[in-house]
Design a protein around this ligand. Structure first.
Ligand code: CTP
Length: 407
């Protein structure tokens, strides 16, 4: 039994020198049991011949929107695919796909699918580092496209740097993760999950605000994973431009603690799980100056008043069965402080986050947490990507939801 038995995979190959490595990827996919339909762009065929893929792939190799018996090969390929992997992906492919441009059979197929898409960019370091290319990759990743690589190493022409196609082993591992036995279970299907993300900004005057260092990455990772596991997500965020984009995510942009309070109070009653990953300001200026406060004012006092504690309010008036999850940002006595917050706010789970430690919390792509439960249990999740932390939090929330429904 192969790990990808019977899975239908479209392998898109674009015109870069790394196209020859797509042959290895094709062979590995076929060995894992997948039905592989290669699509070669015109430029790809300048680097590698159709005959090579014909000999290796289980399905017909296609190269054009026009020379097939079927007048609409892209819709057939797109609709029937369980996954599309583009390997290598040139800067042009990234730009076309980001813009939704249907330039040839491969880009048309990418537009005509609902299947997961894996993109493996490969190009010279200078091209890879271009802001335009980076922006295209960021936007595609936000839309849920899986980006693998590039890696650092030797490039064409004897150069060396970032831009080399990811190792075929890593590409296969990603495909297996998305499709194979380790594919995310759709265990949150039918649930509405409310997630907050980012740090609120409390205006002092038209140009200044009181803020905090939260980047929104952890909350956004939770939203993305919840959707990957089948949930319907409302993401209330101060970093809406960075939020994951997906038909099952409603992104609600907010700025201040008061705006976040209204948005959360409106969505919470219909949500089975509420995860407050946002760093909400505890204080807000009593009044906002109508005009910019001039330097000539000298020493200035800004009077602050407490904001509504959103989580504690939800804890006091929660809908039956609902699971409430808080994040405790601490710089000392992590577990002790988080346990106090868990009890004080009346929540089910508190994710304790040492924001002063290395590689952890604000702005980083990694995190390390302890998940405390109102039942007294605690689970330590050591340094891991924010995606993995997101799944650990969702696992704990789902377990609690099942327990709450039994009580
Ligand atoms: N929180 C909230 N509303 C607020 C402040 C915080 O809902 N006005 C939520 C946060 O989203 C987080 C949890 O409460 O899930 C804990 O936030 P944190 O800032 O760690 O704790 P505070 O209650 O603000 O306490 P302190 O700042 O004194 O540590």
């Amino acid at each position: 039994m192969g790990t990808l038995d019977g899975r239908r995979i479209v392998l898109g190959v674009t015109g870069g020198i790394a196209a020859y490595k797509a042959v290895e990827v094709c062979r590995r996919l076929v060995d894992a049991g997948a039905h592989v339909s290669p699509i070669l762009t015109n430029a790809a065929q300048r680097f590698i011949g159709k005959a090579t893929f014909d000999a290796l792939a289980s399905e017909k190799v296609q190269t054009s929107l026009w020379d097939e018996e079927s007048p609409i090969p892209h819709t057939l390929l797109g609709q029937n695919a369980d996954l599309i992997v583009v390997c290598p992906a040139t800067a042009r492919l990234l730009a076309d796909y980001r813009m939704g441009r249907s330039a040839d059979l491969l880009t048309a197929t990418l537009l005509a699918t609902r299947a997961p898409v894996v993109i493996c960019p490969a190009m010279h370091t200078e091209m890879w580092e271009q802001p335009a290319v980076q922006e295209n990759v960021t936007v595609l990743a936000q839309r849920g496209v899986e980006i693998v690589g590039p890696e650092k190493g030797r490039l064409a022409g004897g150069d060396s740097g970032e831009g080399r196609l990811a190792d075929p082993v890593n590409i296969l591992a990603t495909v297996e993760r998305l499709l194979g036995e380790q594919a995310p279970q759709k265990d949150l299907t039918g649930l509405q999950i409310l997630v907050t993300a980012g740090g609120t900004r409390e205006p002092i005057c038209p140009v200044r605000y009181l803020g905090n260092r939260s980047s929104g990455k952890q909350g956004h990772a939770i939203a993305a994973q919840a959707v990957a596991r089948g949930a319907q997500v409302i993401c209330v965020t101060t970093q809406a431009d960075q939020a994951p984009q997906h038909p099952q995510i409603t992104v609600q942009a907010v700025d201040t603690a008061a705006q976040m309070t209204s948005a959360v109070f409106e969505a919470a009653p219909q949500s089975s799980i509420v995860i407050m990953a946002a760093a909400v300001a505890d204080f807000t200026p009593v009044s906002v100056a109508e005009q910019k406060i001039k330097k000539s004012t000298g020493t200035t006092e800004i009077l602050l008043q407490p904001t509504v504690d959103i989580l504690a309010t939800l804890g006091a008036q929660r809908t039956a069965g609902q699971v409430l999850v808080g994040f405790a940002a601490e710089t000392n006595d992590l577990v002790e402080n988080a346990a106090k917050k868990l009890a004080a706010k009346g929540v089910d789970l508190m994710v304790a986050n040492d924001v002063a430690a290395d590689q952890v919390g604000f702005g980083h792509d990694t995190n390390a947490v302890v998940i405390l439960s109102a039942t007294g249990s605690s689970e330590e999740v050591p340094l891991a990507s924010k995606t993995e932390i997101a799944n650990a939090v969702l696992d704990a929330a789902l377990k609690t939801l099942h327990q709450n429904s039994k009580n």
